[in-house]
Ligand binder design. Structure first.
Ligand code: NDP
Ligand code: 2IT
Length: 454
């Protein structure tokens, strides 16, 4: 995409990226996320020089605060274990820091900075008053007992509690952090602070959680895709869909796709992918949910239960012929070659459920082929948006019905789509990457201008 920059925008971009690369060596994921935003936003900044003068993008790329801490805990064998925990408080221009916690062995400062950076733009797009943050630890929940996970979560919160409260920073889940982990962390926070507040979202329904929050990211992504398909005079019904991942986002993406009459045919995990040519139905999805959420097993088990399905080890599902793709596992899981394969097989739309699942080469290929490409910061924003709705309900000390939350989620996804179209349309083609980045930037930038140099 940098090829499309010229003149002052190119000079601005090059000078900006040179500083960012110098200040953030060895942080490839963070640089990748910043580069994409800078490429699309630079021309807009040149057209609106007050943003350049106030160094808004330079400030957005510098975290307001990074907290890094030791997390000691004792495993079931009585051995001492040490992990590293983080919270990146990226930007609070439009509201309290908001964003998930990720527990995965691949967690580094670079990964969390990329996620926190993207979260700033995503949260801005939701229309709700939320700043951006992200956190987590290099802890691997796989193969750990419930008690080990609980001890880890308690130790993690025994440091994090000093830095967060319901008015300044409200974490939630992400990879490796679901309802169980949020519950353990909430319990420890309440115990340490002696306060019952909405300091975390994604809580259990019995202690302040919101209906629809577990479903929201997957549902929201499908709602976004319906908006985009309608805008391109297409219908979701009957479309063959390839989905990656088999965690929270993937499961509820499949659930909504089934409900709307589409045909999801794949799921994956870090071991490989399953392809069910007959498509999933609600019984098969119930099997997957029990396998992944209760038994905490591997997706390969699916092919043992359903004989017409095939498990392919060590591969991602992008070679399966499809109409639509929903990458919903992790960053950089869909490469340039995969993108070319999807396009060759007739794929008409890619909707990112995960954060930054497509590499820059893949994004370039999708945009060049002029298929619908929805970046995660727009299409997966339904999760954090519903977290925002959980915060509102907690402040009101009320719970809204399932229908009410779902309707608000649908309205938010529609509004995000409209913002992308507004800022991303060029010669009749909607560049959703540019649209999401500029629309997300404008609100944060204006709030920063209004608050002076802080
Ligand atoms: P889960 O932990 O529930 O599921 C993660 C899934 O992705 C699992 O199937 C996991 O497989 C797979 N996965 C994780 N890491 C890798 C890897 N390195 N290589 C291949 N597969 C991998 O997480 P979520 O479903 O919540 O999150 C999925 C994505 O969606 C992430 O990018 C997250 O940031 C994003 N997201 C999540 C939101 C939410 O509300 N939860 C909101 C917005 C975005 P395995 O079991 O083998 O690890
Ligand atoms: O990436 C994301 O938007 C999330 N993991 C959800 C964050 C949240 O605060 O609900």
């Amino acid at each position: 995409m940098v090829k499309s920059l010229s003149g002052k925008a190119l000079t601005y971009y090059n000078e900006f990226m040179e500083q960012i690369r110098r200040k953030n060596p060895n942080e490839p994921e963070f640089l990748q996320a910043v580069e994409e935003v800078a490429q699309t936003v630079s021309p807009y900044i040149i057209e609106n020089p007050h943003y350049q003068k106030a160094k808004i993008l330079e400030r957005i790329a510098e975290p307001e605060r990074i907290i890094s801490f030791r997390v000691p805990w004792i495993d079931d064998k009585g051995e001492f274990q040490i992990n590293r925990g983080y919270r990146i408080q990226m930007n609070s221009a439009i509201g309290p820091y908001k964003g998930g916690l990720r527990f995965h062995p691949s967690v580094t400062q670079s990964v969390l900075k990329f996620l926190a950076f993207e979260q700033v733009f995503k949260n801005s797009l939701t229309t709700l008053p939320m700043g951006g943050g992200k956190g987590g630890a290099d802890f691997d929940p796989k193969g750990k007992s419930d008690n080990e996970v609980m001890r880890f979560c308690q130790s993690f919160m025994s440091e994090l509690f000093r830095h967060i409260n319901s008015d300044n920073d409200v974490p939630a889940g992400d990879i490796g952090v679901g309802g169980r982990e949020v519950g353990y962390m909430f319990g420890q926070y309440k115990r340490l602070k002696n306060e019952f507040t909405g300091v975390l979202t994604g809580k259990g329904l019995d202690f302040g959680g919101s209906l629809i929050r577990p479903e929201a990211t997957g549902y929201g992504n499908v709602y976004f895709s319906v908006e985009a398909l309608n805008a391109h005079k297409m219908d979701i019904k009957g479309q063959v869909c390839v989905v990656s991942g088999s965690g929270n986002v993937a499961q509820y993406t499949v659930e909504k796709l089934i409900e709307l009459g589409a045909k999801p045919v794949t799921l994956s995990d870090s071991g490989g992918f399953i392809y069910d040519p007959e498509g999933f139905d609600s019984d098969k999805l119930a099997f997957v949910m029990d396998l992944k959420n209760v038994k905490r097993g591997r997706i390969s088990e699916y092919a043992k239960k359903y004989k017409k399905a095939k498990y392919t080890e060590g591969k991602t599902p992008w070679g399966v012929k499809c109409d639509l793709a929903y990458p919903s596992a992790t960053q950089n899981e869909l490469h340039g070659d995969d993108a070319k394969e999807l396009i060759k097989n007739g794929c008409k739309g890619v909707f990112e459920g995960a954060n930054m699942p497509s590499t820059p080469d893949a994004i370039e290929a999708f945009i060049k082929a002029k298929i619908i490409f929805a970046p995660g910061k727009a299409s997966n924003a339904g999760g954090v948006a519903t977290s925002g709705l959980e915060m509102s309900q907690n402040s009101l000390r009320l719970s809204w019905s399932r229908e009410e939350v779902d309707q608000r989620l649908q309205n938010i996804m529609r509004s995000i789509h409209t913002s992308c179209v507004k800022y991303g349309t060029e010669k009749g083609f909607v560049n959703y990457v540019r649209g999401a980045n500029i629309a997300g930037f404008v609100k944060v930038a204006n709030a920063m201008l209004g608050q002076g140099l802080v």
